[in-house]
Design a protein around this ligand. Structure first.
Ligand code: PLP
Length: 457
């Protein structure tokens, strides 16, 4: 076939994730065929700024030869061997050493998987095994946050605090509970100070733990800055207050750094940016800049040692994937981390992020329908409201954010509508230039104007 009709073939054969399938059958796909830096090209030659780095993940940008070469070298040297029992391959060992050296708090071991979702499943098993090993098998419940996003496997979808991802699947599983999101626009009273808001959120968590019984609660899972749930940045002092509650009731903290890990918030890890002291850290996405799927659970010495000691009672840690510690993924990760360090991309994410927030303020702060502009480092969001005072949501059937995203595409910009938040988000590759930041925001502003004009018409 010379020029396959990709749209037709897609509609005929490909089952897309997260898609209104009937609409897709009518409208077909957008087929991306090429990428360079922050730019993508579709199969009709149209070019777009990728304002989302794929799904918050292509942090070093598209077209990095160094990563492609590392993947090629590993594939021809040793594409695969497993890491079950005492088998190992060389590259994942070197990557594990690197990650433990980089970790934001003292950590001990890394368990590799292939997606953020499976890593969060593994975290739950680690918490359970840890508590079984300590003779506290009843400490099973996991507390997540409303609007938190942790993945879509049966366990991680349960942790995800979005009812829309539960309906249709009989989820969540019964051991999951949710606490309040640190979402100032909707959860704080007008004028509430950071200190008062933090105290309220810590109290909500403590009340939940007490209501459930602390002897039944194993861990809390939180993204340093909530991503898909709306780019929600907690108030000052939040994680210190949360950690104090968890320490009081012997509850572990899992930091889901799938988005924030490896530079997105302007520090190597989001835990550092947000003063978070986790016992377990989940990483994925930015670890390879998505060139190859890879995830990791980074485990503290306390959890690791308890698990090792527990094996005499519980037997081997019976968990692992065929692709755990995959050498190709590890080679891609090592090359990716080298680029991030050699090119100073974490500092660049911080400085381009500062510029992006400045431009977002200039473009949107005075807008009558903008409720909040928020973010941290190189991740940002703009939330639209029907009325500012008191903050009032749009009628959801208007699908404001979805329409803006569509209008942005016509301007040559890929951004993302966050579910049920009337929010559009920005999370471009760290290699974005100053001019491209300005272009991204001006295209977004044009798209917003288009949709707002339609609304008043
Ligand atoms: N955790 C967070 C914070 C995420 O943003 C995501 C994906 O967006 C996941 C977990 C799930 O990762 P994956 O899609 O690789 O399963």
């Amino acid at each position: 076939r010379n020029t396959p009709d990709l749209e037709t073939l897609d509609k005929r054969y490909l089952f897309h994730p997260f898609t209104a399938l009937a609409d897709h059958e009518r409208n077909g796909p957008m087929v991306i065929v090429k990428g360079e830096g922050v730019w993508l090209e579709d199969n009709h030659g149209r070019r777009y700024i990728d304002g989302m780095a794929g799904l918050w993940c292509v942090n070093v940008g598209y077209g990095r030869r160094e990563i492609a070469d590392a993947i090629h070298h590993q594939a021809v040297t040793l594409p695969y061997f497993h890491a079950f029992s005492s088998w190992a391959t060389d590259t994942p060992i070197l990557l594990a050493e690197k990650i433990i050296e980089m970790a934001p708090v003292p950590m001990s071991k890394v368990f590799f998987g292939q997606s953020g979702s499976d890593a969060n499943d593994t975290q739950v098993k680690l918490v359970w095994y840890y508590n079984n090993a300590r003779g506290k098998p009843e400490k099973k419940k996991i507390i997540a946050r409303n609007r938190g996003y942790h993945g879509v496997t049966v366990v991680s979808a349960s942790l995800t605090g979005m009812p829309a991802l539960h309906s249709g699947f009989d989820l969540p599983l019964p051991f999951v509970r949710y606490t309040t999101a640190p979402y100032r626009l909707w959860e704080a009273t007008p004028g509430m100070s950071d200190a008062a808001f933090t105290a309220k959120l810590a109290r909500d968590l403590e009340d939940l733990i007490l209501a459930e019984g602390p002897e039944t609660v194993g861990a809390v899972i939180m993204e340093p800055v909530m991503g898909a749930g709306g780019v929600i940045v907690p108030p000052e002092g939040y994680y210190v207050a949360i950690r104090a509650v968890l320490d009081k009731y012997d509850v572990l903290l899992i930091a889901d750094e799938v988005i924030s890990g490896f530079g997105r918030l302007g520090t190597m890890f989001g835990s550092t940016a947000m003063a978070m002291q986790p016992d377990l850290i989940t990483v994925a996405k930015g670890i390879t800049s998505a060139y190859v799927p890879l995830s990791g659970c980074i485990v503290s010495e306390k959890v690791w040692r308890t698990i090792v000691d527990g094996q005499s009672k519980l037997g081997a840690f019976g968990h692992g994937y065929t692709y755990s510690a995959h050498p190709l993924a590890a080679a891609a990760a090592l090359a990716n981390l080298k680029i991030i360090e050699d090119d100073g991309l974490v500092a660049q994410a911080a400085s381009r992020g500062a510029l992006m927030h400045e431009k977002l303020q200039q473009a949107f702060a005075g807008h009558p329908l903008v409720g909040e502009i928020r973010g941290r480092g190189l991740v940002g969001a703009v939330e639209f409201v029907a009325k500012k005072e008191p903050a009032t949501r749009f009628d959801p059937t208007l699908k404001i954010a979805g329409r803006i995203v569509k209008a942005a595409l016509a301007e040559g910009l890929i951004t993302r509508a966050l579910p049920h938040a009337d929010t559009i988000s920005f999370s471009p590759p760290f290699v974005i230039s100053e001019e491209e930041v300005a272009l991204m925001v001006s295209r977004a502003r044009k798209a917003v104007d288009t949709v707002m004009d339609e609304l008043v018409r």
